[in-house]
Design a protein. Structure first.
Length: 275
């Protein structure tokens, strides 16, 4: 008789555990998709805060007060929209650990923006020319905040812990493998990469963030028609830098734009009120 590798047995065991969690866990707003988000929000918020503070300390913050004010103004409006949205979905308790913060990092080479759990948002100056104006910035922030409130990072991190560390609890992982855990966190949240917004995350996550992001920007008073234009501009950059993997896992820019255009009339009539 051949005994299966211990790791295989463990993996199967954890997959079963994951399946059980999956069948009992909450679902993503709007799409209703069930997902694994095993990690306690409070743990993630603590980790996010540390990671965010470290990042801010080693980065140069923008001193362009006009741009910083714009980022914070759009951010505050998107945050307010996210809170109202989650209240209506009956999910406001999920924002319990959120203390919104919006910072602009002075780095023209980095085309990135992200929102960590707890509402810690960073925008890099490198993405500002692609954002072009306030509405473009609202597309980015709506999309990133949507990833956060749909708990995509939590889901990605849960999957990584499951596959790479055999499904250990987050606090155990932090204690035993601090560096690996920090790396997983950065990867899960798209922190510290030059083309973060174009990282090959799953199509499911991207289209959920696109849809919820549209709703958030519309509720914040920005016309969602700006979204396909932003993604069109975004698709023109980084051409040479894209890995082949990118093409297979990321929604193609054309499909994304087409889908956004299909969603706009409904989102616009339901949520968009001019300010
Ligand atoms: Zn995304």
């Amino acid at each position: 008789m051949i005994y299966p590798d211990k790791r295989v047995v463990y993996t199967v065991f954890y997959l079963i555990v994951a399946f059980l969690f999956l069948s009992s866990c909450t679902s993503v707003p709007i799409t209703g998709r069930k997902r694994i988000a095993l990690l306690p929000s409070s743990n993630l918020a603590t980790m996010a805060l540390q990671s965010y503070q470290t990042l801010l300390k080693k980065s140069r913050l923008s001193t362009d007060s006009r741009k910083v004010a714009t980022v914070r103004r759009v951010g505050a409006r998107i945050a307010k929209a996210a809170e109202a949205f989650m209240r209506e979905e009956g999910l406001q308790s999920q924002l319990k650990h959120f203390k919104w913060e919006f910072n602009l990092i002075d780095d023209d080479k980095t085309i990135n923006a992200f929102c960590m759990p707890g509402g810690k948002v960073a925008i890099y100056t490198g993405i500002m020319p692609i954002a072009k104006d306030e509405a473009g910035l609202a597309v980015i922030m709506g999309h990133e905040v949507a990833h956060a409130i749909a708990k995509h990072g939590n889901e990605r991190m849960s999957q990584m812990l499951l596959v790479q560390l055999g499904g250990v609890a987050l606090d155990v992982a932090i204690k035993n493998k601090p560096d690996e855990t920090k790396n997983m966190f950065r990867l899960a949240y798209g922190v510290g990469t030059q083309l973060g917004l174009l990282l090959p995350f799953s199509r499911t996550h991207e289209s959920e963030a696109d849809h919820i992001g549209l709703i958030l920007m519309a509720r914040a008073g920005y016309d969602p028609v700006a979204a396909p234009y932003f993604w069109q501009r975004m698709s023109k950059i980084g051409g040479g830098k894209r890995a082949p993997q990118f093409l297979s896992t990321h929604p193609s820019p054309l499909k994304r734009v087409k889908r956004l255009k299909q969603l706009i009339p409904d989102v616009r009539s339901k949520y968009f009120r001019k300010r």
